[in-house]
Design a protein around this ligand. Structure first.
Ligand SMILES: [Zn+2]
Length: 346
């Protein structure tokens, strides 16, 4: 009798567990096709316009500095096995390697968003701290007098070594600003480009219409909020806001340059402090994923304040929840910029 009961119980348990498994496997209907994206702004963009057959997987987890991020083996597999891989180029340094690892028949469709819009070119002043080297090289190129033949040869070798070292630390030959999403009009262009490239099987044109209309509204509200300001410059921790500055007419001074992993030298910090004092700038804008140490130091020196601005390249989950993703964080940016630039008459 006992044996019989235990067999019945065993069968029952099997039935229950298979029912649970079955229902889990079918949660939300049929399994969705997968689009992987490298970083948060690409996640928001793609997630806002795709149809219900697809789901988006964000590879660079929220809160981790995107300039410093490396995917795990499991994440690389996820990208390899996805249907589409959409990415902003130039922030991380791993995407090209992952794309070149694709092989076989069912390779993901690859969309490099950074190739789809006109990008902001970096001039020598912006690109980094090796200005002097570049100037030397240029000067040197102009001087081709026979008298200096031996010296030239020596300098050539020397310059070359410096150049190679420098490339390894500084996003290779990146000559444009990769923080494209901070101009809403560029995001609008990208939504339309994605629709054209991926087609109606993947992208819902109605969603594109709604999403792009929202971006136009955001752009208009930025333009009017920042139209009349007392200041024309802001100070930020790393150089992420070039597109905003270009679109809405302000200049950006930065502590750490285009790559947030670079640290300023004491000399550069001193020069910046001097400039801020001369120009009467006393608000330092720092991003949450970056250590505020340098910003605090400079704020102390100029008797200023440190406020938060969002580059949205890798926002914290708490910030996404509190402010509602890209649009909410851009609204926060608008407020903080309005204050830092002294735009009073809105
Ligand atoms: Zn950045």
């Amino acid at each position: 009798m006992l044996k019989k009961i235990s067999i019945v119980l065993g069968i029952l348990a099997l039935i229950i567990s298979s029912v649970i498994l079955f229902s889990q496997g079918n949660e939300g209907g049929e399994q969705k096709k997968k689009i992987t994206v490298n970083m948060y702004p690409a996640y928001e963009l793609v997630n806002s316009i795709i149809n219900d057959d697809y789901q988006v997987e964000l590879i660079n987890e929220p809160g981790l500095d995107a300039h410093d991020f490396e995917p795990t083996g499991k994440q690389i597999l996820e990208i390899q096995n996805s249907d589409v891989f959409v990415y902003f180029d130039g922030i991380g340094e791993w995407e090209d390697d992952v794309i070149s690892s694709f092989e076989g028949d069912n390779q993901p469709i690859v969309v490099n968003l950074s190739e789809k819009v006109d990008t902001l070119q970096l001039d020598e002043k912006d690109s980094n701290k090796h200005d002097d080297d570049h100037e030397d090289e240029e000067k040197h190129d102009d001087e081709h007098e026979d008298d200096h033949k031996d010296e030239d040869k020596h300098d050539d070798e020397h310059d070359h070594e410096d150049g190679d070292d420098h490339d390894e630390h500084d996003h290779g030959d990146l000559d444009y600003d990769p923080h494209i999403w901070l101009d809403p009009t560029k995001m609008r262009e990208l939504a339309i480009e994605l629709e054209n490239e991926l087609g109606e099987d993947i992208v819902d044109s109605k969603k594109v219409e709604e999403y792009t209309a929202k971006l136009v509204g955001l752009d208009n509200s930025f333009s009017s909020a920042l139209s009349q300001c007392n200041q024309s410059k802001i100070v930020t921790s790393h150089e992420a806001f070039g597109y905003m500055g270009a679109r809405y007419g302000f200049e950006i001074l930065t502590i750490q340059g285009i790559d947030s992993t670079q640290e300023p030298s004491p000399m550069e910090l001193a020069e910046l402090v001097e400039q801020l004092k001369t120009e009467g700038l006393n608000t330092i804008l720092v991003e949450t994923q970056i250590s505020p140490d340098f910003s605090n130091l400079i704020a102390d020196e100029v008797d200023g304040v440190v406020n938060i601005i969002y580059s949205i390249e890798s926002p914290q989950t708490s910030d996404i929840n509190e402010f509602g993703g890209y649009f909410g964080l851009m609204e926060e940016n608008k407020k903080v910029l309005t204050e830092a630039l002294g735009c009073g008459k809105i």
